[in-house]
Design a protein around this ligand. Sequence first.
Ligand code: AMP
Length: 403
Amino acid sequence: MSFAKLGLSEALSKAVADLGYQKPTSIQTKAIPVILQGQDLIAAAQTGTGKTASFVLPILEKLQRGKTQKKKRVRALILVPTRELAIQVAEKVKEYGQFTELTSLAMYGGVDEKAQKQALIDGVDVLVATPGRLLDMYGQRAVYFEEIEMLVLDEADRMLDMGFIESINKIIDRVPTDAQCLLFSATLSHKVRDLAKTAVNDPYEISIAANQASKSNIEQWLITVDKDMKSALLSHLIKENQWDQALIFIETKHGAAKLVSQLEKREIAAEAFHSGRSQEVRTRLLEDFKNGKIKYLVATGVAARGIDIEELSRVVNYDLPFPADEYVHRIGRTGRANASGEAISFVSKDNFKNLCMIESRLGHLIERREVEGFQPRKPVPISILNYVPKHKRQKEEQENQDK
Ligand code: AMP
């Protein structure tokens, strides 16, 4: 199957060929024809599956065929949860649309709004925006929604987790009812389905099987280690294995800063990437990490989405994420589009329940390894697959009794 056979014009097929894409991924083969036909869609697809191209390509195709934009109007609106993802998706729109006349813009908070307002004056074909800043601009009459032909809710589960439900509903209410709506989410939870009911109309549903959530080209394992030995273990692994690059996830901003200084003491240069740093700094850090100037980036969860680095070879969960879906997003930062990668988690005894939830979500246990000299003094218990937390177990028992 080629991109042209999916119904994409020469301008778009050429752009993807130039990027080195040889054939469409599974989600692209499924979604592109449906979107081109004008149908609404809900898709369960993880990041790393090529989902961005699966909606950006048909959007560009359809917009190319239609009328041009008007002042302060937008023709396709892509809503995303974070600034990083907004930048990332907008970059893809530019890359895929490079041989078209279509215009695009990324709009997100944390930066001066003047330039974004200015860019909106003549209207844009594709606007990629975070909900808060978009509503701000809407309130200031810098942008109008009545010409919107296509609306995408990208990483819908994440937007809900981040508390954007009210903003999203406000936006949906203002978008024309006949606009084509596409919803993408890593998981189709009840909350996401409820949102879908208000947004999409008689949708076509695509699901990239849950077991593909942990992609087979990512080698995953965990190292059991005491909490107070984690930073020494990380330094040891970096030096011993001569890691070329690692994206290291940690729970808190403070923890990130502390770990960076602990690494420095061991002569390992790393940088902290979290919401306490300005947007400008974060953009620069990502750039430097992508081009290899920074080898080790210590990031809080905010960075989990939106980082798209070709050939990122390694992700380390210094702290295990919560909830379990976050694990899938994090490890999805490596092994992208069929490249191979490794995801290593540091697990101490107090992470045990969290580990069980992650393994239940994955549907399999994660291979355990110990590192010589770092064997834990407090052993991590044997995992329980299909683990149900106590409060849920009690609730289920209660419900069964009530029946
Ligand atoms: P996404 O799931 O949209 O975050 O995409 C993950 C990565 O896969 C991005 O770096 C894309 O550039 C890349 N990609 C998307 N589609 C293809 C394809 N058909 N062939 C090869 N790489 C792709």
